[in-house]
Design a protein around this ligand. Sequence first.
Ligand code: C5P
Length: 230
Amino acid sequence: MPCELIIALDATSTQAVTPTLRQLQGTLKWVKVGLEMFTANGPDCVREISDLGFNIFLDLKLHDIPNTVAKAVESVSKLPIQMLTIHTSGGREMMQWAAKAQAQTAPDLMLLGVTVLTSTSAATLNETGVADTPANQVVRLGQLAVESGLRGLVCSPLEIDPLRRILPSDINLVTPGIRPANAQADDQTRIMTPAEAARAGANYLVVGRPIMKAADPVAAARSMLAELPA
Ligand code: C5P
């Protein structure tokens, strides 16, 4: 199964990351724009990065009543984006409305579900009335997301295997928490190397600091790409 790299821009200013993105043109195809950058700069940052020739993964993790999420999906679908996230904990109806809005306004846009954030522990789930483990909740929400019409999920490397066992094979799995074998873990704890995650069944790997903070970002990206199946 082919596996691609997505570079995560955890920054507030587009100007700050543009020089590195220019260096990475032709080496990487995908850029993840998160809430930090989007809330600081608005939709213009998406257009600017798209104009540099990258596909955009807009990680907004939408979660609201079905009508509001559907309208928000409709609005952002007009931007040059190829992936968008919503929270699966919004439930079946919210996801169905979002999937319908996406199919009508941007049929090629990949709508991804975020299950349980890796910052969420069993205790956090319990406090919010979910009496189950994060691992079980991930599988439950993953299944619900696919039944509701989503085309992929964002998951930690350790969740790839349990999700692959229950999901149709055409569902895309997008995975952060990736570190080359000899790299710093930073604040990531449950990590895999690019080769391990690809072998486990990930389709896209989200990588930030190991490339953005490298002395030579292009060399860092190339060595991670070299680990992946074509
Ligand atoms: O720098 P690093 O490679 O750790 O960045 C990974 C990216 O993936 C960041 O944008 C981070 O917020 C995101 N992410 C994560 N773990 C999750 C969900 C998202 O690292 N469970």
